[in-house]
Design a protein around this ligand. Structure first.
Ligand code: RB5
Length: 145
């Protein structure tokens, strides 16, 4: 299950991504916001990240205007490694090396075609472990301080 949420600035791109994933048959958990009415991205980040940390969602996608605010908020949630990606290379390697569990996108930054390719790349890639596990463990340890 892939959870997906956005604020108002990410709403249009979120809808494009949802349509794309539904067409591919990906099981998704559609979360707020449900229209383009102004809302606060930290609250959306918290709701969506809770789905990941509880184990209900395997991975999540968050969209705001830039992808930045919502990623900053998501990274305050324990157990979350959120990455803003603007290309497929970043999307691949943040899964392989950082074990990112939340992909953040900017609805005012990239178009739907590129965003859907980034999403596909992120969802298809897997954490490599090995030397990267040690580094991810060190990131997790930072949550305790
Ligand atoms: C909303 O106007 C905008 O600030 C928000 O979507 C996001 O880009 C913040 O980082």
């Amino acid at each position: 299950m892939i959870a997906i949420g956005s604020d108002h600035a990410g709403f249009a791109l979120k809808q494009e991504i949802i349509a794309h994933l539904r067409e591919k048959g990906t099981e998704i958990l559609e979360m707020g916001c449900m229209d383009g009415t102004s809302c606060d991205y930290p609250q959306v980040a918290k709701q969506v990240c809770d789905e990941v940390t509880s184990g209900r969602a395997e991975l999540a996608i968050l969209v705001c205007g830039t992808g930045l605010g919502i990623s900053i908020a998501a990274n305050k949630c324990k157990g979350i490694r959120a990455a803003v990606c603007t290309d497929c290379y970043m999307a691949k390697y943040t899964r392989l090396h950082n074990d990112a569990n939340v992909l953040c996108l900017g609805g005012r930054v990239i178009g739907g075609g590129l965003a859907c390719e980034i999403v596909d790349t992120f969802l298809a890639a897997s954490f490599e472990g090995g030397r990267h596990q040690r580094r991810v463990d060190q990131i997790t340890a930072l949550e305790e301080n």
